[in-house]
Ligand binder design. Structure first.
Ligand SMILES: [Zn+2]
Length: 374
């Protein structure tokens, strides 16, 4: 078994994902290294921040530099200098989220224009599995169909049907040594379709299951309801991965609904816009009110930015577009989410998750900088 469930508290779970490159305590946040790098942060820094597993992306690595190049130089772990676990996304989300680039989709695969040079390309379940085998990731994701938020029921139903069809074809394919394979459930916000997708994919028996097609721009309350329904329909003894959530409140909400793993570019993307995730809400460091602020970004944080530098200095760096400013904010934001998830795990182990999460959500909901400046 690739997953050990250690404790539950309500629907929230604490466990361990076992991979060929080591164990990952769950719940686990996976920093996103789309192009074989978590932007501006090196592997030693990621490790020091508490990262246990990274995410890479089959779509982008297929086009640049190509999975054969990565394989020939020793695989994705050696290529990017990270010896811990790596999960690779299948490319389905990239293909279908760039909808204008899709030329044709049928039961065999999907043809689209590459974002790199516009040339027509075709992904099939078999190619996606092959790319991830060549990359040598620890967890490979099945190619799926990811409809946009608000898609009509007929489109969601077709996505569920084709996603199951494709998962069935990927199930028996060869993978890298020790590589786990997760299927991705679909069904949008429709409870019946979510249940159907979970049931069909569970029947096919994968190492783990992702909840896909959510966090694509829909309202949050129905999204969390759909996540709860999707998680509850999956087998308790297998890991559950919610794709694409990484804001502090969202992370807590999906852990509360029984999710074990998640990823998002939010911490690093937020950093590149000059903002810090803190217990005071999101701080825009460009704001003049930080010009003489000698406090760290967040009082309780032990990241390299908070232990050494002031808000005043980081504001100066950000406003001058100095690279160090963006790097310090990236280190801090990753650490903030990783610490939050570690605290959530601790609360599950102590059977204190509901009290912990209520307090954490109320702290995070305090007036934000925007409210204060009105
Ligand atoms: Zn910090």
């Amino acid at each position: 078994m690739c997953f050990t469930l250690e404790a539950t508290d309500g629907a929230a779970r604490a466990g361990v994902l076992h991979t060929a490159h080591g164990d990952v305590p769950t719940p686990a946040f996976m920093p996103v290294g789309t192009k074989a790098t978590v932007k501006s942060v090196d592997p030693d820094e990621l490790r020091a921040l508490g990262t246990r597993i990274l995410l890479g992306n089959a779509y982008h690595l297929h086009f640049r530099p190509g999975e054969d190049v990565v394989a020939e130089v020793g695989g994705l772990h050696a290529f990017m200098g990270w010896d811990g676990p790596i999960l690779t996304d299948s490319g389905g989300f990239q293909v279908f989220s760039l909808r204008d680039t899709v030329l044709e989709a049928d039961d065999d695969g999907v043809t689209f224009r590459s974002v790199y040079d516009g040339s027509p390309e075709r992904f099939t379940p078999e190619l996606s599995a092959r790319i991830q085998e060549r990359l040598g990731s620890d967890v490979a994701m099945c190619l799926d169909i990811c409809p946009p938020a608000g898609a009509p029921r007929a489109e969601l139903e077709e996505a569920v049907r084709r996603t199951t069809l494709w998962a069935d074809r990927q199930r028996g394919l060869s993978g890298a040594s020790g590589q786990l394979r997760f299927a991705i459930t679909q069904g949008g916000l429709d409870p019946e379709l979510r249940a159907r997708s979970s049931a069909e994919l569970t029947e096919l028996d994968f190492d783990g299951y992702a909840i896909g097609g959510l966090s694509v721009g829909e309202e949050r309350a129905p999204m969390f309801a759909a996540a709860a329904a999707a998680a509850a329909a999956l087998p308790a003894e297998k890991p559950r991965y919610f794709m694409g959530i990484g804001d502090p409140e969202g992370v807590i909400e999906v852990i509360a609904r029984g999710v074990d793993m998640f990823d998002c570019v939010l911490p690093t993307r937020t950093a590149r816009t000059g903002s810090a995730l803190t217990w005071e809400g999101r701080l825009n460091l460009r704001n003049a009110r930080f010009a003489r602020d000698t406090r760290p970004l967040d009082e309780g944080c032990a990241c390299p930015a908070c232990t050494t530098f002031t808000r005043a200095y980081i504001r100066h760096l950000v406003n001058q577009e100095e690279i160090l400013g963006l790097r310090l904010l990236s280190l801090h934001n990753l650490r903030f989410v990783l610490d939050l998830v570690a605290a959530a795990r601790n609360a599950v182990e102590r059977s204190n998750f509901s009290a912990w999460s209520a307090e954490a959500l109320s702290r995070l909901a305090r007036p934000t900088e925007k409210d204060l400046s009105v």
